[in-house]
Design a protein around this ligand. Sequence first.
Ligand code: ARG
Length: 587
Amino acid sequence: MKTILTTIAVCMEDAFTKAGYDKSYAKVTVSNRPDLCEFQCNGAMAAAKAYKKAPIMIANDVVALLQETDLFETVEAVNPGFINIKLDAKCLADYLNQMEQEEGLGFEKAENPKTIMIDYGGPNVAKPLHVGHLRSAIIGESVKRIARFAGHQVIGDIHLGDWGYQMGLIITELKKRKPDLPYFQEEFEGEYPEEAPFTISELEEIYPTASSYAKEHDDYRENALQATFLLQNGHRGYRAIWKHIMNVSVTDLKKNYENLNVAFDLWKGEADAQAYIPDMVERLKSEGYAHLDDGALVVDVKEDTDTKEIPPCMILKSDGAALYDTTDLATLVEREEMYHPDEVIYVVDKRQELHFVQVFRCAKKTGIVDSDMKLEFLGFGTMNGKDGKPFKTREGGVMRLENLIREINEEMYQKITENKTVSEDEAMETAKIVGLAAIKYGDLSNQASKDYVFDVDRFTSFEGNTGPYILYTIVRIKSILNRYKENHELNGLTICPTQSECEKALMLEVAKFNGVMHTVFDEIAPHKICAYIYDLANAFNRFYHETKILAEEDQTKQKSYIALLKVTKDVLEQCIDLLGFSAPERM
Ligand code: ARG
């Protein structure tokens, strides 16, 4: 379905052409003076120069040709040369009725679907999930849903950090505690036990213990580095421990992400890329891309147009070890080979930007990916506490994701039970749903690249630009629809043209949906969904306060109201689904 702006622009272009002006001047925008008009075209002003005519004359010429169109209630030329437009109420009502008929509420699927991979989440196995990983999961999940809604084939990959020093630390600590385990007997040739030698809570304790111990004790740290090296070079017992760590952690991670309503198509990680490294390194060497620099193997990636220093991409350290650059390059080799994506989007902390500039340049330059593959870095800012510093617990420690979620849910539970009597179970369930909306909306309503302040009080408020406010609005609509449904048929109702100002304002907001979605997808900008649904919820609540809906006696009018409520709800629910949360039935 054409967007409402395009529909108007087509009509405007036609009039410009017929009046003898180039149609490139016929650009239409949403009015910035809603008190005067709904849409406007300022093209006559720009055309004045080219045609050496007063803008108002051009505007008059165009407007004269538009008087007969059904599309407009009014269209007028205003000094010095603006064209002010009000949409015809019937056309608007028809547009909304059609939205309800169409799949995706009129948002057209891409004509040429692309394969898009999204690299997000990126937790480090065996280390606790902290709030830093929250942003990647929330933003990535939304980007995935948006791209899928736009009709693309989307593959979300968690890209686990599962191959680093933390594994060596755990192995070392385990060996210290349980030296008799078969994994540590070099002569052992039998089958290793199926059961892991630790539970998730033990594992969560082992890592920080080992990590801080290693900082104080050089020999212990050497052992951990050695264990990492042996693991990466195929030590049989360590490989078996690694598998246990993976199983136990991945089970726990899945549970955590499920609570966040985040789902990955692929659970691959850095370890999967290792198999691609030797051939890749060989090729980079033999084709002359890589050279030695101070013993390390590097690929130069600086360009003449750089305004700041871009250091070379590091392929191998002087001791032959692979690095973060190497793993990300090898992952691209793997992705190209297995999935042939047209585009890969990385949702990662913006402090890693330089790393990705190097990797992307190196991958293009050396032909690891096709020259037309789009590599995109979606860097996000830091989540800060109210003090403006990175978010911490009250005691000043690193906030674990689980605790953060628990804190929000408790806050929501308080609010829900404050002035209503609901059963304990229902209140808990609702608190979970609304709490998730509070967290996700609080995050996504900010432009991803910006730092933001995580403010529990503000995010959990039912008023203002918050997730709970949006859900509250949806629940309000649902409750009216449910009450109407008790005595009437809900389906097959149509929206009729309106005289009321607040009703038309609501209809105009609803009609913006597919236009907003185009911008959101093109700019990868979930925050624009939030801005849109905030406006839409406000327009609805104004309409609600100024209109008697269930008490309306005129049946035709009431049916039209109900149909308008339904499409408003459908748009809101579609939007929050794209943000990655949902609304409860009651709250
Ligand atoms: N595990 C990394 C971290 O915690 C993030 C991974 C991002 N993705 C990537 N392909 N490098 O910093």
